[in-house]
Structures are given as structure tokens and as C-alpha cells.
Design a protein around this ligand. Structure first.
Ligand code: ZN
Length: 267
């Protein structure tokens, strides 16, 4: 069966003398492995578009019994060149494709996740400030897509409103979300969370436009907390998800931090 579908290239691997094996996240069939014969040959029409993070239209021959499908055509839909121009944008793109690869089972259609990935990559590619925030947006929505909506507005244990709890006792975070101080006393593996970081997590859950997150300037401390909470929730929820290759890039960016710009919301 010949399949034509929109896809994002998640990763590629050299194979043999001139070929490439690629993992694609497709609209019609979710994550699939393809072999692109001769893609590393200079004259190949497959090679140039078959790069991680690229938004492509792929044509492949599908055979259920095969682990790798045969890619026959791969054309760029939209260039996300902006992603590779800047180290922070690139870190977002790398982390987003790596996360999708890590959390999705093979051949399970998930069009909303493809749309989320595409809007995140496109926003990060053209962001003129705070592109790193788009990863926090992506991770919040990814948790939702996986059927796990952590409680950032209410204590994930007792349901108390965190707006009140924060002002009285401070907040904590567990593997299931944010918890009030009263519940934190009963649990293990719970860490403190600052009120500004909790506020950002709440806002990330409300925002439906990735563009909006690039207008928030976060202090390095809040960034570190937000990144830590989201990653902790993902690791707690997705079996087998550990350190990402792109993690090191991100932590070094977090440490270097970036100065606030006029007109930004600062917390
Ligand atoms: Zn509670």
C-alpha cells in the first residue's frame, strides 16, 4: 500500500554506505520507521528534506510485516530554518522531537500531538525572544495529550485551591502535580515550589497560543523550577523516559539565563 502523509522527522541514522533510517511522526499512522535507500548520495532527492525537526510530506510503501517501511519520496512542507539559526530555538526543537519519540508507541495515530509539535516548532523557529518558553508550553500540552492533566490550580491530593494555599503555607510538588503544604507533610518525594513558579505553571495550562509564552520573561530560578516540575511529571508518567540527549543543552542555557526585555511580563 502506498501512503502519502504529512510528518515531522524525529531522528535519522546512517545505514550502510549511502542510506538513512529515519523515524517519522506521521499524521496518518503516528510514529513509523522508514528506510531511505541512497538518501546520503549527493544526487538523492530524499536526503535534503530528511533532517530531524523538518516538516515534510512523505510517501512510503507500507507492509504490515515490515519493521521499516520503504520511503520513496520526502518533500519539505515548510522550512523551519529558524530553528537551526539559534542555539536556544534549536534546543527546543531537539527536545520536542526527542520527547515525541520517547512518549509515543509505534504506529499509533495521534494527530493532535502532531499539530502540537508543528505549532511548537513553528513558534520556536520564529520567536524573537524567549524561544525556550515554547518547550514549557509543549510539555504542559504533552502531559494533557497523554491523558494526564496535572493539578496546578488545585492541590492534586485534597483539591484545595492553590491560590489560597500559596499565600498561607507555600506550595510543594509531587509526581502528580502541585500539592498544598498540609498534604505535603504526609507525602514522600515532595519538594518545595515557589509561588511565582506555581503561577507560571498555572498560566501555561491556561494559554492556548504558543506565541503568548514567548512574551513571558522568567527569572533563571523560575525557569529552573518550571522546567524541573514539568520534566518530573513527564518522567513520573511516561515509563522508561529518562534523561534526554537535548537535556544538557537546555540546562546550560538555563544557567546562562537571558536578560529581560522591555514590555515583557516579569516574574
Ligand atoms: Zn492538599
Amino acid at each position: 500500500m502506498i501512503v502519502t502523509t504529512e510528518a515531522v522527522v524525529l531522528r535519522t541514522l546512517k545505514y550502510g554506505e549511502t542510506s538513512l533510517i529515519a523515524t517519522l511522526f506521521t499524521r496518518v499512522a503516528g510514529k513509523i520507521g522508514v528506510i531511505a535507500k541512497g538518501a546520503r548520495d549527493r544526487k538523492s532527492r530524499l536526503g535534503p528534506s530528511l533532517q530531524p525537526m523538518n516538516h515534510v510530506t512523505a510517501v512510503y510503501y507500507y507492509k504490515q510485516t515490515r519493521e521499516l517501511q520503504l520511503l520513496s519520496q520526502c518533500d519539505l512542507v515548510r522550512s523551519l530554518k529558524g530553528l537551526t539559526d539559534d542555539v536556544e530555538r534549536m534546543a527546543v526543537g531537539m527536545a520536542a522531537v526527542e520527547l515525541v519519540d520517547a512518549v509515543t508507541p509505534a504506529e499509533e495515530e495521534n494527530a493532535p500531538l502532531l499539530d502540537l509539535l508543528l505549532s511548537t516548532l513553528a513558534t520556536a523557529a520564529r520567536a524573537t525572544r524567549n524561544p525556550g518558553n515554547t518547550l514549557y508550553y509543549f510539555e504542559t500540552r504533552l502531559l494533557e495529550n497523554l491523558g494526564f492533566s496535572p493539578g496546578f490550580h488545585r492541590c492534586s491530593h485534597c483539591g484545595a485551591s492553590l491560590e489560597d494555599a500559596a499565600s498561607i503555607h507555600g506550595l510543594h510538588v509531587s509526581q502528580h502535580g502541585v500539592v498544598c503544604a498540609k498534604c505535603a507533610r504526609r507525602g514522600m518525594g515532595i519538594e518545595p515550589l515557589s509561588a511565582p513558579a506555581a503561577k507560571i505553571l498555572q498560566r501555561l495550562q491556561e494559554i492556548r497560543d504558543p506565541e503568548a509564552v514567548t512574551r513571558m520573561t522568567l527569572s533563571p530560578q523560575v525557569k529552573g523550577e518550571v522546567a524541573g516540575v514539568l520534566r518530573r511529571l513527564l518522567v513520573g508518567h511516561v515509563e522508561g523516559l529518562r534523561t534526554l540527549r537535548s537535556e544538557a543543552v537546555f540546562s546550560s542555557l538555563l544557567q546562562s539565563g537571558s536578560g529581560p526585555l522591555a514590555g515583557d511580563i516579569q516574574l
